[in-house]
Design a protein around this ligand. Structure first.
Ligand SMILES: Cc1ncc(COP(=O)(O)O)c(C=O)c1O
Length: 465
């Protein structure tokens, strides 16, 4: 629990967990920002009063009830700490709290959003684009499927059975027809099944997932695009999780082909708040044809008159949006450019390497049945057992034991057949697996510690090998 300010106990010395230096830089940058507004008549700002100060310590105490997401031994869900420059730029912008709807609500931050989004489009080698930031991947996919529904009226949306649940739900919201396509045993959209479905007709859009949520599997986008030639559907890429891996050179050949094909999709979603080192509240939707802007046209008698330039509210479904998210993303991309040979991509490659290495070590042990070879940075594995039920029980116990010892993993429900389990007496078709998203570059150095803690947890559950 956090210490209250009047607590007589000595301060716990700072550990290396949190970066405190950026607070000093924030202070100096804030002073600089303030001097830029010198010509404005002084007006007393709101300050933290005593109850508000006390409240912050109570907040710290409440926040301590979280898992330590910032730490490499948090190797569970998709959670990655924002880069210090993102966190600090976001905080700095908060003293102005711009709104990237109309230009007069967020002049500088709208310009930064346009730049940052253009850099994302460039990363996929798009010659032209229309796009903007969103509150996250769900909202970005909603916009993409909304436009897809308008461009292919009455057409069915297809996504794989391992695609994020958001696609079927969004289709429901938008009243679009939706069907799911089976996957192969690696969790990638099954091309034969897709082709069979296309032959029956009526498909408007195929969603290719570039890094599924459970496995990080990459749908064979290059082959899906080849089918588009024959069947004329629209292609949307959900690269919310995996999009930045377009920059990583060490991917396997199939994933490489799929990522290179992103240059030719109709729309794409990428989440800077997943692998892009941003605080939550930062997704992005991109359309290759800027002409789809016509669908966004709406009458707003009270906003867009301050300038003839594009107001981002004219091309976005959400009205108010945080300018701070754009400031943070822009600053991050200046410091860590989206290049194939740079710090940003080499850090992603470390996660990919860590996942490959953990997969290799688990496969070499005798307790586990490993899931597919990681295409990105997610590893899944099931406990060896006679049945899927028993394996699932063991996985849950290992998950709890590991967490008690400070190693935080995740669980996933995957087809039991992938792990060689026949459907059990209760006809259970899935097995609960352990899952780890190794998305922090430090995970590579921490792999031995992760392995030791996992082995110790397994020993407590299964007994000594
Ligand atoms: C592939 C994929 N698409 C979409 C989403 C939804 O994104 P968000 O949680 O930012 O709304 C996720 C989230 O994990 C995802 O993995």
């Amino acid at each position: 629990m956090a210490r209250m300010p009047d607590d007589p106990a000595p301060l716990t010395p700072w550990t290396d967990h949190f970066d405190h230096e950026s607070l000093e830089v924030l202070r100096a940058a804030l002073d600089h920002l303030e001097t830029c507004f010198e010509s404005v008549a002084p007006a007393k700002p709101a300050q933290l009063n005593e109850p508000a100060r006390q409240m912050l310590f109570e907040v710290a105490g409440r926040l301590a009830e979280n898992f330590p997401y910032f730490h490499p031994l948090y190797a569970g869900q998709m959670l990655k700490p924002p880069h210090p420059v993102a966190r600090t730029a976001y905080a700095l912008a908060m003293w102005l709290n711009p709104n990237n709807h109309a230009l007069d609500g967020g002049r500088a931050s709208s310009a930064m959003e346009k730049d940052a989004v253009a850099q994302l489009a460039e990363m996929f080698r798009w010659p032209a684009h229309l796009g903007h930031l969103t509150s996250g991947g769900t909202m970005a996919n909603l916009e993409a499927l909304w436009i897809a529904g308008l461009e292919r009226e009455g057409g069915t949306i297809l996504a794989s059975s391992q695609a994020h649940y958001t696609h079927s739900r969004i289709s429901e919201v938008l009243r679009l027809k939706f069907e799911s396509v089976p996957t192969d045993t690696r969790g990638r959209m099954d091309l034969a099944a897709l082709e069979a479905r296309l032959a029956r007709g009526g498909v408007g859009t195929v969603v290719a997932t570039m890094g599924t949520t459970a496995l990080g599997a990459v749908d064979p986008l290059d082959s899906i695009l080849a089918l588009r030639e024959r069947h004329g559907f629209r292609v949307h890429a959900d690269a919310a999780f995996g999009g930045y891996f377009a920059l990583v050179e060490s991917l396997g050949p199939e994933a490489r082909l799929a990522f290179d094909a992103l240059a030719a999709v109709d729309s794409l979603v990428i989440d800077p708040h997943k692998h892009g080192l941003q605080p939550y509240g930062c997704g992005c939707v991109l359309f290759r044809d800027p002409g789809v802007g016509r669908y966004y046209r709406h009458d707003s008698p009270y906003t867009y008159f301050s300038s003839g330039d594009l107001h981002l509210g004219e091309i976005s479904l959400e009205c108010s949006r945080p300018g701070a998210a754009a400031v943070a993303l822009w600053a991050t991309q200046q410091v860590l450019p989206l290049e194939r040979k740079g710090r940003f991509s080499s850090d992603l490659a470390r996660g990919h390497k860590a996942a490959g290495e953990l997969h290799r070590r688990l496969a070499a042990g005798r307790r586990w049945i490993v899931g597919p070879q990681p295409e990105l940075d997610i590893v899944t594995w099931a406990a060896k057992a006679a049945t899927a039920e028993e394996s699932s029980r063991l996985a849950r116990r290992v998950f709890d034991e590991a967490a008690r010892d400070g190693l935080h993993l995740a669980l996933a429900e995957l087809p039991a057949a992938w792990f060689g389990f026949a459907p059990g007496p209760d006809r259970r078709e899935t097995v609960t697996c352990l899952r780890s998203v190794l998305m922090k570059p430090e995970h590579l150095e921490w792999l031995d510690r992760i392995g030791e803690k996992l082995a110790a947890a397994a020993e407590r559950v299964f007994g000594r090998e």
